[in-house]
Ligand binder design. Structure first.
Ligand SMILES: *Cc1c(COP(=O)(O)O)cnc(C)c1O
Length: 425
């Protein structure tokens, strides 16, 4: 192998060899991830075959989008993958926040109460719910909100959850991934235990799981352990890096139907919504999603092992089980965060000549740095890293459509840290 190609990418022999030593220790883990990818590939394949997906499904509908057979079969395919009665999978769902907002707004009416038994939800949902006052929040429409924080050790506060469930509690939202918090990500098994607990208290309560970043990281999904709706973004795991836009809601038939009416209009519901020629990308994306997610998992594990070995705190740690694709690395200084993000950016297939710098962002009380050189704007199943410039100076790293690219990105980040004199190998 001609090493000069790596040098052209900005990776020195020393950094490369440091990475190789770590890769050697990960063989067994990677085999387990390959087995997971194969199982999930079989799951997706079976769903496509069961629905007799064929060439007619790859056509473009326009205008109203009536009788779009490709759209209908894609939705049935998602429903079969998640083992749910129904699914709504649409390019008209603009992002993950929109999908979550839709599921909530469609199924909560004035006077109802929403409960989060797992602490504060993802930042953007604060405005959806009205935790931060905002126009068109659920709060404005008379839906109240209650939250039970996690216990200090990151586990569920069952005692206070029980107290929080009352006659108004209509829907319970559980966020699977830690997102940009320091709490652990929940396993599907843990989520199942929590669902059983709340349904024992109130059987008719609707449980929604924010499944962002969690899809295909495990052989079961929250819908296999009692969730009534699972919700996510197509520019994360299930889009496989190919979906250019979209979100999904998979779940109980009546709940998903309501989402259809809320997305378009009462009366019209799911009958309208042209797909404009993007169905091949959505089909190919879900087909590739199991292996793409596996690549991202391997990248996260490699990053955890590299940076833990160098003495940094990493969450999850080098050996823990994974339930999402996010890897946090506490880099201890702004300088180190900038170096790390520069490396990720310089290793990107798009915008590799750009240097990321910290900047103010709406909704954040500190500056934020972001590295992303993606084919699909903002896609975080593609290799990306970001973090707020504040204690503990943690950078959140995720994605990688292929493991070789994730690996190159991590080595390039390490190189920037070495070049800046932050670490020496
Ligand atoms: C990404 C994410 C969202 C929001 O998705 P967007 O597509 O960015 O709107 C919500 N919840 C979690 C846990 C996420 O990771």
């Amino acid at each position: 192998m001609d090493f000069s190609l790596y040098e052209k990418l900005g990776i020195s022999k020393k950094v490369y060899e440091f990475g190789e030593e770590i890769i050697k220790t990960l063989k067994q883990r990677f085999l387990e991830i390959d087995a997971l990818a194969e199982y999930n590939q079989a799951k997706v394949l079976y769903a496509l075959q069961k629905n007799r997906v064929d060439a007619s499904c790859m056509q473009a509908s326009t205008g109203y989008g009536y009788d779009d057979i490709g759209r209908e079969k894609l939705e049935k395919t998602y429903a079969d993958i998640f083992h749910t009665e129904s699914a709504l999978v649409r390019p008209q769902i603009t992002c993950g926040t929109h999908a979550l907002s839709l599921a909530l707004n469609a199924n909560l009416l004035p006077g109802d109460e929403l409960l989060s038994p797992v602490g504060k939800p993802y930042d953007t949902l604060e405005e959806v719910i009205g935790i931060r006052n905002s126009t068109c929040s659920l709060k404005e429409y008379g839906v109240s909100y209650r939250q039970v924080d996690l216990l200090k050790d990151g586990t569920f506060d069952y005692e206070n959850i029980k107290k929080a469930i009352n006659e108004k509690t209509k829907l319970i939202t559980i966020q699977r991934s830690k997102g940009y918090q320091t709490r652990p990500t929940f396993s599907v098994k843990q989520i199942g235990e929590l669902i059983k607990f709340v349904k024992d208290i109130k059987p008719e309560v609707i449980v929604m799981v924010d499944n962002c970043y969690g899809e295909f990281t495990c052989d079961i999904e929250p819908s296999d352990v009692g969730a009534d709706m699972v919700v996510g973004s197509l520019i994360k795991n299930p889009g496989g890096g190919l979906a250019p836009i979209g979100g999904y809601i998979a779940g109980r038939y009546d709940l998903v139907e309501r989402c259809g009416y809320k997305l378009t209009s009462a009366g019209l519901g799911r009958e309208v919504g042209a797909t404009l020629g993007i169905l091949p990308k959505l089909y190919q994306g879900i087909f590739l999603a199991p292996t793409v997610t596996a690549s991202a998992l391997k990248g996260a594990i490699f990053a955890a092992n590299v940076y833990e070995k160098l003495g940094y705190k990493v969450v999850p740690n080098a050996t823990e089980d994974r339930h999402d694709i996010i890897q946090a690395v506490e880099l201890k200084s702004e300088k180190a965060m900038c170096a790390f993000c520069r490396g990720i950016q310089y290793a990107a297939p798009v915008d590799s000549y750009v240097t990321p710098i910290p900047a103010d962002m709406p909704g954040y009380d500190s500056q934020v740095i972001m590295a992303a050189g993606a084919f699909v704007q903002g896609s975080s199943i593609e290799l990306s890293a970001d973090g707020p410039i504040r204690e503990p100076y943690a950078v959140y790293f995720q994605g990688g459509l292929t493991f070789p690219h994730a690996k190159i990105g991590i080595l390039r980040s390490l190189q920037e840290m070495v070049n800046d004199g932050i670490i020496s190998l």
